[in-house]
Design a protein around this ligand. Structure first.
Ligand SMILES: [Zn+2]
Length: 484
């Protein structure tokens, strides 16, 4: 895109809430079940079936609103969004329209090392539709199959203001959004599985212009990587249209990831009129003040706040704070290890060095470290064994590996394998003497002024003790012996 243009981008993200049951019935939301297993008269849209609101879903939507710095509306309203499609058996979707549950928030992103606020215009709740299966059956060329397991699954739609100015900013916004939702345990943020879906409104204007250009809506973007590609493709396409004297048509375009381009799906003239109106089956959604206060109180420390705290409290680099806050589970693991050991620096080093490598090799999910064989307490105990001189730093690496393999406590491993550091001078003296006898050459070289021989002799003692000797004590002993 020519640098005389400026991009104007807004995102609309559909996020599936992590409830066990659907928004208006008690059917399971479990992913990957046999088709149409999790259905009932309500989510199949049978006549006369009435919706009953899932309180847990409302709690999650409120949490998302608070996490994105929104105002929570004490009263919001359910509306019917009317359209016909086979995967929508009622002929309407229950959504929120002019009175959403939360609005006027923001997410902070980083642009060239500076913080920028991206406005979150609104968050509303709605139910998902079912799924049309156009492929995978012998008669797929003639028939479409329908799976209503997803029908009625709770979603929040999070709509930004048109504050994003590049595909990079859009990518950063999504990364932050996903992270916050994960920390809050309200959405797993998996774009590939469809639990986070994102549409982008994209337009360009001449730099300095007040008025927005005509926008297109990009749909069907199903990975973080494609968000960047689809937006960049569309920005360039629009610039080319304008440069060649054409005009942008307001339309919906689909991202085709195989061909890496956007293609027109429908123009504004064909766009639906959804005839929204308040759902007569559902009363106003009124949030109890005390219940709301309880949710506010239950909010966890969010990633940005945690990064700032790590940098300030532990004198940590921005990069390290970023690594240790990748997931809430990892950040809590670090916090706990630092607290129990009282050694935040060592805790950070062991986690970022050895532990993350083990996790990576073992495909451990960093969102759920409950499956980790090493607990914060075990790591803290090991750090303290080093700190008190019971084991050397080198031996600690072995202990760490053994802890990860067996899940045994560090003290048990040290005991079983006889890894206790030898600091006892008497025991070490005998070994030093024997090393000096074996390497008389090195001894005489040192005595004739070759200082480097000392390192060699220390190395020999360490070798003789399989790394268990306290290097400082060995050094002192050798110096004393060599001087006499
Ligand atoms: Zn149901």
């Amino acid at each position: 895109m020519d640098s005389k243009y400026e991009a104007v981008i807004g995102l609309e993200c559909h996020c599936q809430l992590l409830t066990n049951s659907k928004l208006f019935c008690s059917c399971s939301t479990r992913f990957g079940e046999p088709a149409n297993m999790n259905t009932c008269p309500v989510c199949l849209g049978l006549p006369g079936a009435l919706p009953v609101l899932n309180k847990a879903a409302v709690a999650m939507a409120v949490k998302a609103g608070l996490g994105l710095n929104c105002t929570i509306n004490p009263e919001s309203q359910w509306s019917r969004k009317n359209y016909f499609y086979p995967d929508l058996p009622k002929g309407y979707q229950i959504s929120q329209y002019d009175r959403p549950v939360a609005e006027h928030g923001f997410i902070e992103i980083q642009v060239n090392g500076e913080s920028k606020r991206i406005g979150v215009q609104r968050i509303h709740m709605e139910e998902d539709a079912g799924k049309s299966l156009h492929e995978g059956f012998p008669d797929s060329s003639r028939n479409t199959y329908l799976d209503y397991n997803r029908s009625g699954v709770p979603l929040v739609e999070i709509v930004t203001r048109p504050d994003l100015r590049s595909s990079e900013e859009a990518y950063d916004y999504l990364t932050r959004l996903k992270e916050i939702l994960e920390y809050l345990d309200v959405c797993d943020g998996n774009m590939e599985e469809g639990s986070l879906r994102c549409d982008a409104n994209v337009s360009i204007r001449l730099k300095g212009a007040e008025k927005f250009g005509t926008r297109t809506e990009l749909k069907n973007i199903n990975s973080f990587r494609f968000v960047r590609k689809a937006i960049d493709y569309e920005l360039n396409r629009q610039a080319e249209v304008l440069e060649s004297g054409g005009r942008i048509i307001q339309e919906t375009r689909l991202w085709n990831s195989d061909e890496e381009r956007t293609v027109s799906m429908r123009s504004k003239e064909e766009a639906h009129d959804y005839r929204y109106f308040p759902d007569p089956d559902l009363p106003l959604l009124v949030l109890d003040t005390e219940w709301l206060a309880g949710i506010r109180k239950s909010m966890v420390e969010l990633p940005e706040a945690r990064r700032k705290r790590f940098v300030e409290a532990y004198a940590m680099s921005d990069y390290d704070a970023g690594v240790l806050t990748m997931t809430r589970a990892l950040a809590e693991f670090f916090d706990e290890t630092a607290r129990v050991s009282g050694q935040p620096k060592a805790a950070a080093n062991w986690i970022m060095g050895d532990l993350l490598r083990f996790y990576k090799d073992g495909n451990v999910d960093l969102k759920d470290l409950a499956q980790s064989p090493v607990t914060p307490k075990m790591l803290a105990d090991m750090i303290l064994l080093v700190e008190t001189g019971t084991i050397s730093g080198k031996i600690a690496k072995t202990v760490m590996e053994e802890m990860y393999k067996t899940g045994k406590a560090p003290a048990v491993i040290v005991e079983e394998k006889g890894l206790v550091q030898i600091s006892n001078s008497g025991e070490l003296e005998a070994i030093v003497d024997s090393v000096m006898t074996q390497h008389a050459d090195a001894v005489s070289q040192f005595r004739s002024g070759k200082q480097g021989s000392l390192g060699f002799l220390v190395g020999q003692v360490m070798k003789a003790t399989q790394g268990r000797a306290n290097p400082q004590t060995v050094n002192e002993l050798l110096r004393k012996r060599l001087a006499s």
